[in-house]
Design a protein around this ligand. Structure first.
Ligand SMILES: [Fe+2]
Length: 313
């Protein structure tokens, strides 16, 4: 675990890197960005359409909203843009009895969006140094949540997407969340592996009860800031996939020999966010899904399992 001094140094260095990166962004040449053009061109306004005309037939069984979310920068700037960090925009279409009742698109009201558009930021607590939420939108406990990983708290959305609130699951979540929680259909719980962008030494196993409250938030020691943004669950276990894809700053400091990128190498796409760490180990951890154990006993590796410890992924 990093010491207080290490964390202080890391925080200072990170701020310095941010200043240098911002300076370098301004020096980059003007060019089109593949994630700001064509089908990725951001929408430049919020619209509401009602009683949409329908081509063909909408099956009447489809009753509810179809929602999606993604990066949609309010003020697109090609220099140094990375689609992981673009302002979030949620889109929705409501269907009922074969009709398309409405379409809406709404920016997630971060403080950055407020600065760029003048639209007031959403209420609620912030966490992790940024409040851009742009990666997933889903229902938990009958409520609608926009999600991101690495820092910000989730954003709760109203039925029409117009009301938004940063909400750490009714103040039961202490740290960051993930964009990829998994529902256990037997228990109604959600399991998630979460990380903080500024803490490369730990991830956390978070469990939500069927009514959407955090019941477990367990720290797990890791090294080198692995890019763990997902997990898997079985009948009995939550599986932690500690693989050697590491956030780039860690890799670049050691050996800039990148063999895997999380971003297509399209011209002008910017540097990748993460890469495979040469010589890195693959580790698989498993946690009992429904037991509360002391922290020191929680991470076990697949290679230590007995004859009946078969886990298939
Ligand atoms: Fe992710």
């Amino acid at each position: 675990m990093a010491s207080v001094i290490e964390n202080a140094i890391r925080g200072t260095v990170t701020k310095g890197i941010g200043v240098v990166a911002e300076f370098n962004r301004k020096r980059m040449p003007e060019q089109d960005h593949p994630f700001l053009t064509g089908i990725h061109r951001p929408m430049d306004s919020e619209i509401t359409l009602e009683d949409l005309s329908v081509t063909g037939t909408i099956p009447p069984e489809l009753d509810g909203r179809y929602l999606r979310i993604g990066p949609n920068p309010a003020k697109p700037e090609a220099k140094g843009y990375h689609w992981f960090t673009g302002d979030g925009m949620v889109h929705g279409i409501a269907l009922r009895e074969g009709k398309a009742l409405w379409y809406r698109n709404r920016w997630i009201r971060s403080k950055t969006v407020e600065a760029q558009t003048g639209m007031k930021h959403a209420p609620g607590p912030r966490h992790g140094g940024f409040d851009t939420v742009n990666t997933n939108v889903l229902g938990i406990a009958g409520r609608t949540w926009a999600l991101v990983e690495a820092g910000s708290y989730p954003v709760e959305l109203s039925e029409t997407l117009d009301e938004q609130t940063y909400n750490p699951f009714d103040d039961t979540l202490a740290g960051s969340f993930t964009a990829h929680p998994h529902l256990d259909p037997k228990t109604g719980e959600h399991h998630a592996i979460c990380y903080e962008a500024m803490d490369p030494d730990a991830v956390r196993h978070v469990v939500l009860s069927p009514d959407g409250k955090v019941t477990r938030e367990l720290s797990i020691k890791v090294k080198h800031g692995p890019s763990i943004h997902d997990c898997a669950i079985t009948d009995r276990y939550a599986l932690i996939l500690d693989l050697p894809v590491t956030f780039l700053d860690e890799v670049a400091d050691r050996r800039p020999q990148l063999s895997l990128s999380l971003e297509p190498r399209a011209p002008g796409a910017g540097r990748p966010a993460a890469a495979c760490r040469p010589g890195g180990r693959h580790r698989l951890g498993r946690l009992p899904a429904n037991l509360h154990l002391p922290r020191r006993q929680c991470v076990r590796h697949a290679r230590r399992q007995g004859g009946d410890g078969c886990v298939r992924l």
